[in-house]
Design a protein around this ligand. Structure first.
Ligand SMILES: [Zn+2]
Length: 137
C-alpha cells in the first residue's frame, strides 16, 4: 500500500474544490459586472448625462469612470484583507525593536483615482520611528 495515496487524494480533492470555486466566482463576477453596466446605463439616462444620440466619447468616458471606481474599490478591499491577515507585530525598520502594529487608514492617489487604504502601522517606542508594515508602492 502506498502511504502517500490518501494525501494525494486529499490534495486532488482540494484542487478540484478550488477549481469549482474559481469558476463560480468568475461567473458571479461576470453577473455583477453585467448588472453594474445595466445600472450605469440606466443612471446615465436618469441623471441626464446621456440624452438622445450622444458622441461616443461621452459613453466611453462614463464607462471608464465606472472602471476606475471599481479599481479603487478593489484596491481598498485588497488592502483591508491584507491588513487583517498580517501579524500584529513587526520589527522597526530603523532600530529593529519589535513593535505592536495597528490598522490605520491612509488616503492615496492611485492611477485610477483616490483610494482610502487600510494598512498596518507601527510606532516604535525606542526610536520614535513611525512605519508602515507594507507600503510597496
Ligand atoms: Zn525603532
Amino acid at each position: 500500500m502506498d502511504a502517500t495515496e490518501p494525501i494525494q487524494s486529499q490534495k486532488r480533492s482540494c484542487e478540484a474544490a478550488d477549481f469549482d470555486r474559481t469558476i463560480k466566482l468568475k461567473e458571479r463576477l461576470e453577473q455583477l459586472l453585467h448588472e453594474a453596466a445595466e445600472v450605469e446605463v440606466e443612471l446615465s439616462r436618469a441623471d441626464g448625462t446621456i440624452n438622445g444620440v450622444p458622441h461616443y466619447s461621452l459613453i466611453e468616458g462614463r464607462a471608464h469612470e465606472l472602471g476606475k471606481h471599481l479599481s479603487c474599490e478593489v484596491q481598498q478591499r485588497q488592502m483591508s484583507e491584507l491588513a487583517a491577515s498580517q501579524a500584529m507585530t513587526a520589527k522597526c525598520p530603523t532600530c529593529g525593536t519589535r513593535c505592536e502594529l495597528y490598522p490605520k487608514k491612509r488616503d492615496v492617489k492611485s492611477v485610477d483615482g483616490s483610494a482610502t487604504l487600510q494598512e498596518l502601522v507601527g510606532d516604535c517606542p525606542s526610536c520614535r520611528c513611525f512605519f508602515f508594515r507594507y507600503a510597496r508602492r
